[in-house]
Design a protein around this ligand. Structure first.
Ligand SMILES: [Zn+2]
Length: 461
């Protein structure tokens, strides 16, 4: 089966060129100047449109247990929504429950995802129980293609790891080539502020933001960077939201440390004003770290331009407003943490191109090429080149759309971006050569997506 994508502007992390893309079965066979009469079974006219490598969302939580409930997208619904939005690979977090092994955790995540994904997928491992066995098992995970290990400086009593535990895991990562990912917020101090707010009768969703100040993200980020320096471990800060944390990352990078960071669309577009919406509406915007005052947004866009922020992921973790967010109506600390977003990342970052915040090449780099290299998937993913998987998005930069829960495909009853007008829209999506989205219809299938065993981070020498 040969498919020709004809006459589009092919984007990469370094620029744009008008070219034809020939797909043979699951892979890209050729990239050529227009005019060569390739024989193909199917021709997709991409004139006037962008042709870019499929998005890679390196931070999702499908079917994730949290606070007595579970994130509402299954691997089937979540990966289908991702495809609709031009994302053709997700990396989801397998979550170790204290007292269980990393191997049993991997097995559990495979049993949820295998045979149920519409696009390709891979895993990170959340290490919440640091002990001799789990440290040893980090090697087992790496051999199974799961070589990034997330730890938490937040959520005492649940995922929280002490500085000593983090140090031990970082030493192990430095020895094995693994990458430590960090949720950097000072959870011990935050829990005190939360208790004080509740004792004072302050129960509204906005308290979630007020009790998790940006300084405590900055402090934890600096501490994680220091521990990484002492151990010689690389470090990847997840969902960076605050200017203070960005300054710590920039400083570490300036001094040559292997420190990387991602931010998320919600921190670029939403703010603590959304958390303060009346009638419990603010609960829709509860995630950790919290949405920040609006002035942080300019710093984050700048960080994306300077590469102190090198990846944009979603931290997609959908909980329905009715029934799930409701659990915290009388106590903001019981609101399930998470915002849905896997479907809208490519569009929201394209909006950054439209607004002049980032270039077209940078759009591709932070949404696809860098995540591929960061997590050992390049050049199989993240680029349109001969031999690469044919994960391709044909994107119409002039189409317009309005984001809404009425039209999105995520299995959640609200949109954090309800009513937001966007310029640009996914036209056609190929996943390993198969057209999965075209003509405003889904043509894919759950079970098409394959598990990807990943190489080590490709930014490390
Ligand atoms: Zn997350």
């Amino acid at each position: 089966m040969r498919t020709l994508i004809k006459g589009g502007t092919v984007l990469s992390s370094t620029g744009a060129v008008v070219a034809d893309v020939l797909v043979s079965d699951e892979r890209i066979a050729a990239l050529s100047a227009p005019g060569i009469a390739w024989e193909a079974d199917k021709v997709i006219d991409a004139a006037g449109k962008y042709v870019l490598p499929g998005g890679i969302d390196a931070h999702t939580h499908m079917e994730m247990p949290f606070g007595g409930t579970s994130s509402h997208d299954t691997f089937a619904t979540g990966t289908t929504a991702a495809a609709w939005g031009g994302t053709t690979t997700i990396i989801d977090f397998a979550v170790q429950v204290k007292g269980t092994t990393l191997q049993s955790t991997l097995d559990k995540w495979h049993s949820k995802a295998d045979g149920n994904c519409a696009i390709d997928y891979a895993f990170h491992m959340i290490v919440s129980d640091v002990n001799d066995t789990s440290l040893k098992e980090m090697r087992t995970c790496i051999d199974a293609g799961v070589n990034s290990f997330k730890m938490f400086m937040a959520y005492p009593g649940v995922f929280y790891a002490t500085d000593g535990e983090i140090l031990r895991a970082m030493q192990r990562a430095a020895d094995t080539g693994g990458l430590v990912m960090m949720h950097a917020e000072n959870g011990i101090a935050i829990d005190e502020l939360v208790a004080q707010a509740l004792a004072a009768g302050k129960t509204d969703p906005v308290q979630h933001g007020l009790t998790r100040p940006a300084e405590l993200e900055g402090e934890a980020t600096s501490r994680a960077i220091t521990l990484a320096k002492v151990t010689g471990s690389p470090l990847y800060i997840v969902h960076l939201s605050a200017a203070e944390a960005l300054a710590a990352v920039a400083n570490a990078r300036d001094t040559g440390q292997n420190v990387f960071a991602e931010t998320c669309p919600q921190y670029l577009y939403l703010s603590i004003e959304d958390l303060a919406r009346p009638d419990f509406e603010g609960a829709k915007y509860v995630a950790s770290p919290p949405l920040r005052p609006r002035e942080h947004q300019a710093s984050l866009w700048r960080g994306l331009r300077t590469n102190d922020l090198s990846v944009v992921s979603t931290d997609h973790c959908p909980f329905c407003f009715n029934e799930q967010k409701e659990l915290g109506r009388d106590d903001f600390s019981k609101i399930p943490n998470g915002i849905p977003g896997v479907e809208h990342r490519m569009d929201l970052l394209h909006q950054g191109v439209v607004a002049g915040e980032i270039s077209l090449a940078r759009w591709v780099e932070i949404t696809s090429t860098t995540p591929a290299r960061m997590f050992g998937l390049y050049p199989r993913k993240g680029v349109i080149a001969p031999g690469s998987d044919a994960d391709i998005v044909v994107y119409d930069p002039t189409a317009t759309q309005t984001l809404s829960a009425a039209t999105h495909h995520m299995n959640v009853d609200y949109s954090a971006y309800e009513g937001l007008a966007i310029t640009g829209k996914v036209d056609t999506v190929l996943s390993r050569g198969r057209v999965v989205v075209a003509d405003n219809a889904f043509h894919g299938a759950t079970g098409h997506g394959r598990f990807l065993t990943r190489d080590l981070c490709q930014y490390l020498t």
